[in-house]
Design a protein around this ligand. Structure first.
Ligand SMILES: [Zn+2]
Ligand SMILES: [Zn+2]
Length: 410
């Protein structure tokens, strides 16, 4: 059960101290009082804590829970089905404490761990969202020809507060002992964090030319219009990434970002676009030209529902253009990149399964899909702006604006 969907985060402006309320998808903090805009950078996931009830005067302990969300695709035989998941799980190797966050008040506001001295924080065990999600009995593959693929991520660590009283562990929000009861001594066995986790505030200035960089509050990638560079955040600053833009003479367009991914699949020849025409039996006349066009996988670089995501993966992977893109940030608006490249790459097996026409062969291959990921490139593609939809300039295919809005909450 998901109860963390709507939680907001309370954070002070690092410049003037004004209180600011953020969404869990926010990566940029904007202060309305002093106009400060900073990127919220951390070495891995954001870590928040649930504030304990104010009248708990005992020492507080914070247990880490992972919040994971994304898309899950199941390949069963030759069938592909997708669903959305959003879940939390205890990030400790112990079965003594509650395995999920349980029901919490919706009005509750989280705070960034490290923003105040709230108590003792435990270090999350080296859990991986993919193993936690897949190992759940209801989701484990049922047969050897069924496989799950997760395009998802650990979004954050959420710390829940506890305290000890009269030898037992209490929930510090509800101020009730855990049920079933847990003895205080169980806390002593747990690994407390050696270092305090910190959030870094990076000014939204281009590292190359110093210009201000605009950006949607949930954007993973920022563009500098001044010097034509694209940046992703690292722990202590921005790192340059490669991108290209398919230019258009039309002014009224909106650019959608896609990842172009090079991948090698053991046992399948997919070097050129001609190889793809062959594998996917695309309705194209054989031509020597296709053999010269290198093949790439393409996925949306933004979040949308599972069916649409896969449809756009297939569509962009199967479409081929000899157009030469430019390395220039377009003047028109760019939809924010919200899906990291490494997550997008997880979709390759699913795209492949969707493209292979020889389903008998697919059944054989699912058992051995061995994929090596190569380079990534961020591509910006122009879409015409319709009343309710965006229209891909190249093919006329549309995507509903409402689907994009929904995707911003995934
Ligand atoms: Zn401020
Ligand atoms: Zn610049």
């Amino acid at each position: 059960m998901n109860t963390t969907w709507d939680w907001k985060i309370e954070q002070q402006c690092p410049q003037c101290g004004a209180p600011i309320i953020l969404d869990q998808t926010d990566r940029i903090l904007t202060c309305e009082f002093c106009r400060t805009r900073v990127y919220l950078a951390s070495k891995d996931h954001y870590r928040y804590f649930i504030p304990p009830a104010e009248d708990v005067n005992r020492e507080k302990f914070f247990l880490p829970y992972l919040r994971m969300k994304g898309l899950c695709y199941t390949l069963a035989g030759t069938n592909i089905s997708g669903r959305f998941f959003d879940t939390t799980a205890l990030a400790l190797n112990t079965a003594v404490f509650p395995s999920n966050l349980g029901l919490r008040p919706q009005a509750l506001k989280l705070k960034f761990a490290g923003s105040e001295d709230a108590g003792k924080f435990l270090e999350p065990a080296g859990h991986n969202s993919k193993t936690i999600y897949s190992s759940h009995p209801s989701r484990a593959p049922k047969t050897s020809v069924t496989r799950n693929y997760l395009i998802g991520e650990t979004v954050s660590v959420i710390y829940a507060p506890f305290y000890c009283a009269s030898g037992y562990v209490y929930d510090a929000v509800l101020k009730e002992p855990l049920s079933p009861r847990v003895k205080e001594e169980e806390f002593k066995k747990l690994p407390f964090a050696a270092q305090k986790w910190n959030l870094n505030f990076i000014p939204l200035l281009c590292p190359h030319c110093g210009a201000d960089m605009p950006g949607n509050k949930s954007a993973l990638i920022l563009f500098c219009v001044n010097c034509n560079n694209a940046w992703k955040s690292g722990n202590n600053g921005f790192e340059k990434i490669n991108f290209s833009t398919y230019e258009t003479s039309r002014k009224e367009v909106h650019y959608l970002p896609f990842w172009r991914i090079k991948a090698n699949i053991e046992g399948i020849k997919l070097d050129s676009y001609a190889d793809l025409i062959n594998l996917a039996n695309l309705p194209k006349a054989p031509s020597k030209r296709w053999e010269k066009i290198p093949f790439y996988f393409r996925t949306p670089a933004f979040k949308i529902n599972p069916d649409l995501f896969l449809r756009w993966c297939k569509q962009m992977t199967a479409s081929c253009s000899e157009e030469k893109p430019a390395e220039e940030v377009p003047a028109q608006s760019i939809y924010p990149v919200t899906l990291p490249a490494a997550e997008a790459a997880e979709a390759i097996a699913v795209i492949l399964a969707g493209l292979i026409v020889d389903k008998k062969r697919l059944g054989q291959m699912i058992k051995t899909f061995n994929i090596t990921i190569g380079d990534f490139l961020l591509e910006l593609h122009p879409f015409d702006i319709g009343q309710k939809e965006l229209i891909y300039s190249r093919s006329g295919t549309t995507i509903d604006k409402s689907a994009l809005i929904f995707g911003q909450h995934i």
